[in-house]
Write a protein that binds this ligand. Structure first.
Ligand SMILES: NC(=O)c1ccc[n+]([C@@H]2O[C@H](COP(=O)([O-])OP(=O)(O)OC[C@H]3O[C@@H](n4cnc5c(N)ncnc54)[C@H](OP(=O)(O)O)[C@@H]3O)[C@@H](O)[C@H]2O)c1
Length: 344
């Protein structure tokens, strides 16, 4: 197999490139050379996917059996469309990494691949879906952009040649967002550690290496379609996740569970101050049986936790990223809430 990875230098894209090399595939990566490095053995083509001349030069390096697009987290649909159209003559199929945010009812309701996808035309620019500053409703900007990019992919490669992957939260070695790294570092500090919500709340993060493996399976498969890429509903809980963090880091921290209401009363920001904690009823109710039937295998979350801790201890932090700063409650705020819980 000859494969082109758009991105290929950090987190998911790097994992895809590495896994393809491990399968003995020929790998080309395309990026601007700003974020991280491609795995050894991959051929790098430098360029910006928003520039037509760079895309034309990239197409000249083909053909490929498949493209895996991992570099479009902040890419306007029209740029995805231009890229996919430039590559269509030299690529057999296109695997586009989208997100569950593309669904209109995430995180409020349970979802399958048949659930409604947000509006977002394939030729939309980066302003499509921007919300006014005083908007109080759901934040659909990212989801609309990704939904438009999904349509762009299908417009260029057709229903049979375009595969859409919709992961939820991706964790694992190389994670730059800082969700699992924050929990691990907090657990390593020991002491009484604030644990959010109900211990038995199911969660569905997926390991970056499992998304990568499934993306490659799809690159080599036939036919198109969409797949939710998350761990099976109810397989693991918040308690199992945090216990794994405590065990991986030496077992010094003691979990102190705080009900949702106590955290909300203290103004704790969901998703960011205590990563993975969110009270919306549909956040972890994403059905992934279609992907599992097509070969998606999700390793145990405890393995993801242990491997991420090993990566962090090896000095892991590949790129400076603004989202790293989004995660984690301050020690002072955590102490305040723990003290309030102790008084009850
Ligand atoms: N992280 C999660 O939990 C999560 C969850 C759901 C879905 N996703 C999706 O997963 C995908 C992968 O995410 P990611 O965080 O691994 O990567 P990403 O931030 O989307 O992309 C980074 C990669 O793309 C390259 N890149 C960025 N802009 C480029 C441009 N204009 N031209 C050429 N290359 C460019 C970067 O290299 P250079 O900077 O060197 O160009 C880097 O290799 C995204 O589509 C994201 O939406 C992520």
């Amino acid at each position: 197999m000859r494969i082109l990875v758009l991105g290929g230098t950090w987190f998911l894209g790097r994992a895809v490139a590495q896994a393809a090399l491990d399968r003995g595939w020929e790998v080309t990566v395309f990026n601007r050379g700003r974020s991280g490095a491609a795995p050894e053995g991959a051929r790098t083509v430098r360029g910006d996917r928003t520039i037509a001349a760079d895309l034309a030069r990239l197409a000249g390096e083909g053909p490929w059996d498949a493209v895996v697009d991992t570099s479009a987290s902040e890419m306007a649909p029209r740029d995805v469309l231009a890229g996919a159209r430039a590559l269509e003559p030299v690529a057999g199929r296109y695997v586009y990494v989208s997100t569950v945010n593309a669904y209109r009812r995430w995180p409020s309701e349970p979802l399958t691949e048949d659930s409604e996808v947000l509006d977002g035309p394939p030729h939309a620019d980066a302003d499509y879906g921007r919300l006014p500053d005083d908007w109080n409703g759901p934040d659909w900007y990212y989801g609309r952009q990704k939904a438009g990019a999904e349509r762009a992919t299908t417009a260029a490669f057709g229903e049979d040649g375009a595969v859409i992957l919709r992961p939820g939260v991706i964790l694992g070695p190389g994670e730059y967002v800082g969700r699992l790294p924050w929990w691990l570092r907090r657990a390593a500090c020991g002491g009484r550690m604030l644990a959010p919500g109900a211990p038995d709340k199911p969660i569905q993060p997926i390991d970056v290496r499992d998304v990568a493996a499934f993306a490659l399976d799809q690159a080599a498969a036939r036919g198109g379609g969409a797949y939710n890429c998350v761990a099976p509903i109810g397989r693991e809980t918040m308690s199992e996740f945090l216990t794994a963090c405590v065990l991986a880091t030496g077992g010094e921290a003691q979990l102190v569970w705080a009900p949702d209401k106590a955290l909300l009363d203290h103004g704790v920001q969901q998703w960011t101050e205590l990563p993975l904690w969110r009270t919306h009823p549909g956040v972890w109710k994403i059905d992934s049986t279609r992907a599992q039937a097509a070969g998606l295998v999700c390793r145990p979350l405890s393995e993801t936790v242990a491997d991420t801790w090993a990566w962090l201890r090896d000095g892991g932090m590949p790129v400076e990223h603004p989202r790293w700063a989004e995660h984690g409650i301050t020690p002072e705020k955590e102490a305040l809430i723990l003290a309030a819980l102790g008084r009850k």
